[in-house]
Design a protein around this ligand. Structure first.
Ligand SMILES: NC(=O)c1ccc[n+]([C@@H]2O[C@H](COP(=O)([O-])OP(=O)(O)OC[C@H]3O[C@@H](n4cnc5c(N)ncnc54)[C@H](O)[C@@H]3O)[C@@H](O)[C@H]2O)c1
Ligand SMILES: O=C(O)C(=O)C[C@@H](O)[C@H](O)[C@H](O)COP(=O)(O)O
Ligand SMILES: [Zn+2]
Length: 376
């Protein structure tokens, strides 16, 4: 299988067994899918879509797999974060059962991070695990969610509480899908790329400062994926220090995302991560040596790109800080009752396992309110 427009990165995974996963990235990586599928020992192919990817992405996918387009079963779920739920797990599992999907079925997850997290989770538990392929259609899913094997659903508004580490059989990242994505969604995905720069690569961070999300090229996506993959291959199941780095901005970001879930205008994941990265850059300045200049640089860059004035931020008023702390305590990095953060000590260099007090967390939320929200 080869195509000059497509790069292939092979990653070696050791859980639950040694498994090599190919990530195909490029402006027409789907051109490799038909041939790839023909080599798989599967007995049926299912495609999971949401209402948007059914309209915008499924036609291209079906065109690219002529040997299967007549025989695939399409399963549709509603779009949006609410689909990361037990209810949707049941909808998909029920459909697989109705169609008598065997343990040799293959599930193609065609969608953004919600769909790849949910679809990956169902595939990892249905009949104790069937094969699945991630075909990410948002920038966020292309640079982050489809890479690294974290799957799951939310529970009681706590993000990704129920989930598995499950390795897909392959990942096809085709940048043509991004053509129908809204600016807001593109910006949300861009935030995770900025995160990759902040924790691992200052040159990449500076490169991102020079472009807008709509100017992101397949090569820039590939670089972001390589950065994530580097970390994942060192610490696939987040048992060591490395993978926690990918959680920069998420301890507070996830709590903020949870706080907004029930409001009339929920934040997108990347938007919450932006707010989280601002708070956690403040904590990095206070606790892990990030310079004042770099803190200002990050805050200025992020506030210039993300206009949070568009959202109702009253949910982040001081009187709600204890709710934010409640969500933070359920973060997966917490241990023995202490809240643990992944921070940076300079742009491009992460440090993990930083314990910060409730007082520091509240200070960082104050920083967000005074230095950022006021300006937004
Ligand atoms: N597993 C991981 O490592 C990981 C990493 C980062 C984020 N996540 C998770 O990913 C989720 C966010 O993912 P997301 O930002 O992709 O959101 P999403 O999956 O909700 O997709 C965003 C919206 O865009 C629509 N859409 C998708 N592709 C489209 C296309 N090509 N054209 C037009 N519309 C399209 C979707 O229907 C949806 O309405 C969060 O739940 C987050 O927790 C997981
Ligand atoms: O892949 C990872 O590891 C990450 O932490 C990437 C994050 O961007 C992503 O949002 C992930 O789903 C968060 O995982 P969680 O373990 O904090 O639920
Ligand atoms: Zn994330």
């Amino acid at each position: 299988m080869s195509n000059p427009n497509v790069s292939i990165i092979t990653t070696d995974v050791d859980f639950p067994m040694q498994k090599k996963v190919d990530l195909m990235i490029g402006s027409d990586s789907l051109s490799l899918l038909n041939e790839w599928l023909l080599k798989q020992p599967c007995d049926a192919v299912f495609v999971l879509v949401d209402s948007n990817t059914k309209e915008h992405c499924l036609p291209l996918l079906l065109r690219m797999i002529p040997s299967f387009s007549e025989s695939v079963t399409v399963i549709e779920i509603p779009n949006g974060e609410q689909s990361k739920s037990f209810e949707t797990v049941m909808i998909v599992s029920r459909k697989l059962l109705e169609k008598c999907a065997s343990r040799h079925a293959l599930l193609l997850n065609l969608g953004g991070g919600v769909l790849t997290d949910l679809g990956g989770f169902v595939a990892s538990i249905y009949k104790r695990g069937i094969g699945f392929v991630q075909i990410p259609t948002t920038l966020l899913a292309q640079v982050d969610a489809s890479v690294g094997g974290k799957t799951g659903i939310d529970f009681e508004h706590v993000k990704n509480t129920i989930g598995t580490f499950a390795v897909p059989n392959a990942v096809f990242i085709d940048t043509r899908f991004l053509e129908t994505l809204s600016d807001r969604e593109l910006k949300s995905g861009f935030a995770e790329m900025v995160k990759h720069g902040l924790i691992l690569d200052d040159a990449f961070y500076n490169e991102l400062k020079m472009i807008t999300p709509s100017q992101v090229t397949p090569k820039v996506i590939e670089h972001s994926v390589k950065l994530k993959n580097l970390i994942v291959s060192q610490d696939p199941r987040e048992t060591g220090k490395e993978r926690k780095a990918l959680n920069f901005g998420h301890t507070i970001g996830h709590a903020i995302e949870s706080m907004f879930m029930e409001t009339w205008c929920p934040l997108l994941h990347g938007e919450a991560v932006v707010a989280g990265m601002i708070c956690e850059s403040y904590l990095s300045h206070r606790h892990s040596g990030l310079s004042k200049n770099e803190l200002d640089d990050i805050r200025t860059f992020l506030t210039s790109r993300y206009d949070m004035a568009l959202y109702d931020l009253s949910v982040l008023n001081e009187e709600n800080d204890n709710y934010v702390l409640h969500f933070i305590r359920n973060d997966k990095k917490s241990k023995g009752g202490s809240i643990s953060f992944s921070l940076i000590n300079r742009i491009g260099k992460f440090v993990t396992d930083c314990v910060c007090s409730d007082v520091s967390v509240k200070e960082s939320l104050d920083f967000l309110r005074k230095k950022v929200i006021k300006r937004w």
